[in-house]
Write a protein that binds this ligand. Structure first.
Ligand SMILES: C[S@@+](CC[C@H](N)C(=O)[O-])C[C@H]1O[C@@H](n2cnc3c(N)ncnc32)[C@H](O)[C@@H]1O
Length: 395
């Protein structure tokens, strides 16, 4: 059942819905009111669905003004670009490459950032410019630097920002480099996800400053992390809550087709056969995927689904050396496994799952991340309890 506030498509309805969810705090209300989302949503959009990585077909404002407006004032992300601009058709492209993020996520991250008037803030991923405008309202536009890798996206955002009365420093470039000329920053916020914290972000943050970014392993599972930078140049902090952002361009991982793994042979090729009592169903939720992904680096899952509710869970490594399949059928207690290559990917996933289970099935809130001169480590409960990485060094 939709609530009263969701029925009223407009800024006030969205504000009430966000306040009800606890995402919009009273100190961010003035910015929400002063920076209406509709000024930052382009005329051509692919509306998203809350909590799902799915988009509706293209909506053009002049053709469907009511649908466009409803999409703007719903708590859901809005895709604004596919395939780095290569796809513009009425359907959907391969990868969504820019968006106006889900409002409850935007305000939860801004709340976590604890940005105050006068703080110098670096944003990575200008996108539509909405977040940069909200930050500009909060800390002063002259205090905000926003970096966008996509030139057309950055230019459109600049115009929207300027039309709305905000002129933050807008840089076209790779945000993984930060923007040293504006450093040091009190706060750094990324609205594209990462699997490694760029060292430049830490180096460009003032001691006692904060970095807020969506972080997730290659495997899947992602959450927003809030890192405090110490005087010795290390950064550490806990994960807050689940997220699903598009990847920072420089950290996207290529995914080769299954046929490249099979080397011209038909499945099961040379796959070693075994049976497993761990159901593929128990390893598919976002928090367990995160725990698995931290332990099983450089590998990713994909489910090939069939009409009768069964599916094959494929696991592949990014080095294209190893693959595994697990055949799930409803009602069964044991499942057939095939594994090929130097890595036994399903065995790795099972070991990682059992570790997570033995720790009491922790959610994102029990995990944290430390970045220092030795690299970066995810930990459970305390920085001195690193999550084990299977295969250890040198992978
Ligand atoms: C989820 S959108 C950002 C939403 C935006 N903050 C807003 O308010 O609309 C992610 C953006 O990050 C950008 N991006 C991806 N990789 C980047 C990089 N290496 N440097 C800077 N921007 C990047 C994408 O082009 C995309 O526009």
């Amino acid at each position: 059942m939709s609530t009263h506030s969701e029925e009223e498509a407009g800024p006030q309805g969205l504000a009430s819905a966000l306040v009800e969810k606890g995402a919009l705090t009273s100190d961010w209300l003035p910015a929400f009111d002063a920076v209406p989302r509709h000024l930052f949503v382009p005329d051509v959009i692919w509306p998203g669905r809350a909590g799902m990585n799915r988009q509706d077909d293209r909506v053009i404002r002049s053709e469907e003004p009511e649908t466009w407006w409803q999409a703007v004032y719903r708590d859901a992300p809005i895709t604004t670009q596919w395939d780095d601009g290569a796809y513009t058709g009425p359907g959907k492209g391969q990868i969504p490459s820019s968006s106006n993020s889900m409002p409850s996520m935007v305000f939860s991250m801004l709340d976590a950032l604890s940005a105050e008037k006068g703080h110098k803030v670096l944003e990575i991923g200008t996108g539509t410019g909405w977040n940069a405008a909200l930050l500009s309202h909060r800390v002063g536009a002259g205090q905000v630097v926003t970096v966008e890798v996509d030139e057309a996206t950055a230019r459109d955002a600049r115009k929207r920002l300027s039309d709305a009365g905000f002129d933050p420093v807008s840089i076209i470039g790779d945000g993984a480099e930060g923007y040293p000329a504006g450093a040091p920053y009190d706060r750094v916020i990324a609205t594209a996800s990462i699997g490694r914290v760029p060292r430049q972000w830490v180096a460009q943050t003032r001691p006692d400053g904060l970095i807020v970014a969506p972080w997730g392993p290659t495997y899947g599972g992602e959450a927003v992390v809030r890192l405090a930078v110490a005087t010795d140049g290390t950064a550490t902090g806990g994960f807050l809550g689940s997220s699903a952002f598009m990847r920072l361009r420089a950290q996207r991982t290529g995914r080769k087709h299954v046929r490249e793994y099979l080397g011209g042979r038909k499945w099961p090729a040379d796959g070693r056969r075994s049976m497993t009592g761990v159901s593929p169903e128990s390893v598919g939720d976002w928090p367990v995927m995160f725990a698995i992904g931290v332990q099983v680096p450089e590998a990713f899952p994909w489910a090939e689904t069939y009409d009768d509710g069964s599916y094959t869970l494929w696991l592949r490594d990014t080095a294209v050396t190893s693959w595994a399949t697990v055949d799930y059928e409803p009602g069964r207690a044991e499942f057939e496994v095939r594994q090929s290559g130097p890595r036994n990917l399903w065995d790795e996933v099972v070991a990682a799952y059992l570790w997570w289970d033995a720790q009491g099935r922790p959610g994102f809130g029990r995990f944290g991340l430390t970045v220092d001169s030795e690299g970066e480590r995810v930990w459970l409960d305390r920085p001195d309890r690193p999550v084990p990485v299977l295969g250890g060094e040198g992978r």
